[in-house]
Design a protein around this ligand. Structure first.
Ligand code: F6R
Length: 607
């Protein structure tokens, strides 16, 4: 969380920093700030709120060849101007920081007992610590010494008043990249912030530091040995940050799903078969020897894991566990020998998932690791043995939509490959491939429900609570629907396996409780119908998203939305679409900030 952008140039960097921050706002948007060196002094500007609040106070004639900037997602200390970055020590050192300094109180006690801090942040303490070491050292050595004292995670960019040509950067556990330009060099949390200026990037390794000037980049490892890191060309296109005529990124991303799914299966299905080569050469290490699968993820990606568990067990007969990364990393595990681990992450930088992955790599009973990820250069994608990239394209809206559906598609491709040594026959493989190939068209038809759902939202958005019900492989879809609704419309929503209703939640059903049901035409349809009768009998209002062959009819208590979702394993993907639209339209009516909902950020790089 938090976005960093910095630049050293022969030209004015102020607009580069301001534009970069706008592209990074998805990482945090509760306050923003910028610091530049002008006339041998550090000048800093900070504002609570969105980046636009900050840019409105930057004078038109503000000019500098070097600067650092930050957009914040609060961890230590509430959103406020004082807690916004950059943090400055004695008008000499300015830093921007992403991550958490876990031992900042100990550092304060040890070094600065009598200093009154200006903010409530851990980051300010780091600024003072660097300044402390800078009194007797050059700035690179000072940053190195300060970071030796630090426990936690960080990506930092540091300005030194006495060295107006260089920015010092370092990373450990939080992402940071260097953009290589002609007469400028740049630093950012991710490539989108810089793509208007360069497509050449250096991805720093964990523990790296660098000094960056307009003409030189020098990189050092954690022991301060000079090292070379490869310059990579990014495929991100200039247009990928734009809304393309849609009112919000989220709506654009919902409507991009047919193309995103197509891109994710492209070249991976050949003659109705999925070649094992999609996993790369490292797959040889685990393909023949794995016995069970364990999936680790957070949030929406965890919901993809829950559905994949159904698929692994039902289609391939492969035992599969799905784990929430933040829980997994702090408990003891009994790992079966031959366990294959799969990490699902849109961003590839989620701290809990990354940390779980690193634990897994230390444990001998794991045979291999696979990433399902949307960002090829991310830490998770780079650290797993194999990576299956979801070709969703950049997802800017904080609420995950196309990343989820493409994760499911990538998981299905993976199950086909892994399942060939288990219960996936040629016939099943062919059928699954055919289903995947018709999915883009089916998603397109499901998107036609948009206007109908916009109408429904007029009633729904007045509600304070909602229940989402599903069964079997559609229960994860109900959970995802509830998560989407609460995160962007702030309506409290919970999902239950429909059969669980009578074990407690039925108590909260009355005429004010809307109940959303996901109703495929499958073996548990009749069971689901009985569960919905239980709701009707208590006066609950039903909104049923049903396969058109499931035989539901609208009446005074239930409203039915028909979906053409033939009875096959990929059907749950189709039921996701109307729930995304429901959340979107409710949020529009409620007037929330759809793309940047309160208290959230896109990339959760802190614990
Ligand atoms: C919800 C959402 C989050 C993410 C979660 C994991 O819409 O986007 O729940 O799914 O923070 O993020 P990734 O997939 O980047 O690891």
């Amino acid at each position: 969380m938090c976005g960093i952008v910095a630049a050293a140039s022969q030209n004015n960097v102020v607009n580069i920093l301001a534009d970069g921050l706008k592209h990074l706002e998805y990482r945090g948007y509760d306050s923003a700030g910028i610091a530049v060196i002008e006339n041998e002094n550090i000048h800093s500007y900070k504002k609570e709120g969105h980046v636009s609040e900050l840019t409105s106070i930057l004078g038109k004639d503000l000019a500098s060849n070097i600067g650092i900037a930050h957009t914040r997602w609060a961890t230590h200390g509430k959103p406020s101007e004082a807690n916004a970055h950059p943090h400055i020590s004695e008008n000499s050192i300015a830093i921007v920081h992403n991550g958490i300094i876990e031992n900042y109180i100990e550092i304060k006690e040890k070094f600065f007992k009598n200093i009154k801090l200006e903010s409530e942040t851990d980051s300010e303490v780091l600024a003072h610590l660097i300044n402390f070491y800078a009194k007797d050292n050059n700035i690179l050595d000072a940053v190195h010494s300060a970071l030796k004292e630090v426990k936690g995670s960080y990506a930092i960019a540091v300005l030194d008043k006495n060295n107006s040509s260089e920015i010092i950067v370092a990373r450990h556990g939080s992402p940071l990249i260097i953009g290589v330009g002609e007469d400028s060099n740049f630093i950012a949390s991710d490539a989108h912030a810089l793509i208007e200026h360069t497509n050449q990037f250096i991805y720093l390794d964990d523990g790296d530091m660098a000094s960056v000037s307009s003409s030189e980049i020098n990189i050092f490892d954690k022991d301060k040995n000079s090292v070379n890191r490869e310059i990579k060309k990014s495929n991100i296109s200039l247009g990928s940050n734009s809304k393309n005529g849609f009112e919000h990124f989220m709506l654009k991303e919902i409507f991009e799903q047919p193309e995103a799914v197509k891109a994710t299966i492209q070249d991976r299905i050949i003659n109705n078969s999925v070649p094992k080569e999609i996993l790369g050469p490292s797959a040889e290490k685990y393909l023949d020897g794995f016995k069970v699968v364990q999936i680790i993820a957070c949030g929406t990606s965890y919901h993809a894991a829950l559905l994949a568990k159904h698929w692994f067990e039902k289609l391939a007969g492969i035992p599969c566990q799905a784990e929430i990364a933040s829980e997994f990393r702090y408990r003891k595990h009994a790992v079966q020998p031959g366990t294959l681990s799969i990490c699902i992450s849109q961003s590839g930088e989620t701290a809990d998932t990354l940390s779980a992955l690193r634990q897994i790599k230390e444990e001998k009973n794991y045979i291999g690791t696979i990433a399902i990820c949307n960002v090829p250069e991310s830490s998770i994608a780079r650290e797993c043995d194999s990576t299956l990239i979801t070709h969703a394209g950049p997802e800017i809206g904080v609420a995950s939509t196309k990343a989820f559906t493409t994760q499911l598609v990538a998981l299905m491709l993976l199950i086909i490959v892994l399942g060939k040594n288990f219960e996936i026959s040629e016939e099943i493989e062919k059928s699954l491939c055919e289903q995947l190939q018709t999915l883009p068209e089916k998603i397109k038809s499901t998107l036609d429900l948009d206007q109908e759902i916009a109408e429904l939202s007029k009633i729904f958005s007045n509600k304070e609570h909602a229940l989402f019900l599903g069964r079997g492989s559609h229960f994860p879809i109900a959970r995802e629907g509830a998560l989407k609704l609460k995160e962007i419309s702030y309506i409290h929503a919970e999902a239950y396996a429909a059969g669980e209703l009578k074990h407690g939640p039925l108590a909260i059903v009355d005429e004010n409780m809307p109940v959303v049901a996901v109703a495929p035409n499958n073996v548990v349809l009749e069971k689901l119908k009985s569960n919905l009768e239980e709701v009707k009998a208590r006066g609950g209002k039903l909104y049923i998203f049903a396969d058109k062959k499931a035989g539901f009819k609208s009446d005074e208590i239930s409203q039915v939305f028909e979906i053409d979702a033939p009875l096959n394993p990929v059907a749950p993907i189709l039921f996701t679409i109307p729930l995304q639209l429901l959340a979107y339209h409710c949020a529009i009516i409620k007037g929330t900030n759809v793309d940047m909902p309160r208290n959230l950020a896109k990339s959760v790089t802190v614990e």
